[in-house]
Design a binder for this molecule. Structure first.
Ligand code: SF4
Length: 86
């Protein structure tokens, strides 16, 4: 996570999410599913290393590559991508 010193957040691209729901099993504190199974993500800052590790697992597990981890560089106050599923 070079260059990232501040908050880390989990975000979803709703246009890619296909509603399989794997992510909500990995990190239920931050992702819930709507009635069709699409992800609703709480994108507030991840508070601790344990939660960040689980967010990374959710990103890797998403078969639609809809989840991304972003970090705040502080200097620019812009969020940069630090983890994305492949
Ligand atoms: S695992 Fe990916 S595709 Fe499935 S509900 Fe979560 S974000 Fe959407």
């Amino acid at each position: 996570m070079s260059g990232v010193h501040g908050e880390i957040r989990l975000v979803v691209d709703g246009s890619k999410c296909d509603g399989r729901g794997i992510c909500a099993l990995v990190i239920p504190e931050r992702i819930s599913l709507d009635v069709w199974g699409y992800a609703n993500v709480d994108s507030s800052a991840l508070e601790d290393a344990r939660l960040i590790a689980r967010a990374r697992r959710a990103v890797r597990a998403c078969p639609a590559q809809a989840l991304t981890l972003v970090g705040d560089t502080r200097r620019t106050r812009r969020f940069v991508v630090i983890g994305r599923s492949r």
